[in-house]
Ligand binder design. Structure first.
Ligand code: CAA
Length: 242
């Protein structure tokens, strides 16, 4: 039977590639998005992947949304926590709004989504949870104290939830991309990207969304049952975390 997979931020960028990768791997995929209706409709029409709109910052919206997905496709067996935003600023210039928007979208969402699928996964004795971290949560980044804090927290969350659910057939892992050629990275000032970031990538280029997707598909597979609590760094050699 095809597994049911849910990808947050699943209609664009890295999330779009993950949704497609899971579909190609034989999953029934639900792609969740928050705001960009036009991109979501384009994605649905191009791929046949159903899209669902809700705000991952809100616990009850997640609960209701996950119930809708379960009613239409079946209970969620693979959860990919991918939705995330940046509001880059040095700390001495950062506003409370920039801090809170990032914490709520990148970190509260992990609780809101995972809490609402975990009991079902435990009852059924199977689950795959993959959360998308970042190189910048591993090493820190100029202008990203908010974002880096959430992405570092994601690793602690992953390891803890992995421990709690290891005996229930559920694996919980993190994939930490480096700089991937998406809108998020294109928002970095061109000069900063050229002079400060690209020279730090030994492979000599930005990554492709598909290069992250294949790691997620690997960790989401039934065969990956012995990998849990791990962090897979996919960054072109920019930061070699042990
Ligand atoms: N390292 C060292 N110095 C840096 C730097 C860096 N990465 N980025 C900026 N600076 C320096 C600038 O060169 C400048 O120095 P001078 O005073 O000598 O000119 C100083 O910091 C101030 O820079 P700005 O004038 O740009 O200051 P600002 O307040 O307008 O903006 C900033 C600062 C918001 C950090 C901006 O530089 C920026 O957006 N940088 C990019 C941050 C970044 O890499 N974000 C990653 C986004 S992609 C992502 O998050 C995906 C992922 O997971 C990898």
């Amino acid at each position: 039977m095809a597994r049911v997979a849910l990808v947050t931020g699943g209609t664009r960028g890295i999330g779009g590639a993950i949704s497609l990768g899971l579909q190609q791997a034989g999953c029934k995929v639900a792609a969740v998005y928050a705001g960009n209706d036009e991109a979501a409709e384009r994605f649905r029409d191009a791929t046949g992947i159903p899209v669902f709109k809700w705000n991952v910052c809100d616990f009850d919206s997640c609960r209701r949304g996950i119930e809708t997905v379960a009613a239409e496709l079946g209970p969620v067996e693979v959860l990919v926590n991918n939705a995330g935003i940046t509001r880059d600023a040095t700390l001495h210039k950062m506003t409370p709004e920039q801090w809170s928007a990032v914490v709520s979208t990148n970190l509260d969402s992990l609780f809101n989504m995972t809490r609402n699928v975990i009991e079902g996964m435990r009852d059924r004795g199977f689950g795959r949870i993959v959360s998308i971290g970042s190189i910048n949560g591993q090493k820190g980044q100029f202008g990203q104290s908010n974002y880096a804090a959430t992405k570092a927290a994601l690793i602690g969350f992953t390891k803890s939830v992995a421990l709690e659910n290891a005996a229930k057939g559920i694996t919980v892992n993190a994939v930490c991309p480096g700089y991937i050629g998406t809108e998020m990275v294109r928002a970095v000032p061109e000069e900063v990207l050229k002079s400060k970031i690209l020279p730090q990538i030994p492979v000599g280029r930005l990554g492709e969304p598909e290069e992250i997707a294949r790691c997620v598909v690997f960790l989401a597979g039934d065969e990956a049952g012995f990998i849990t609590g791990s962090t897979l760094s996919v960054n072109g050699g920019q930061y070699m975390a042990s």
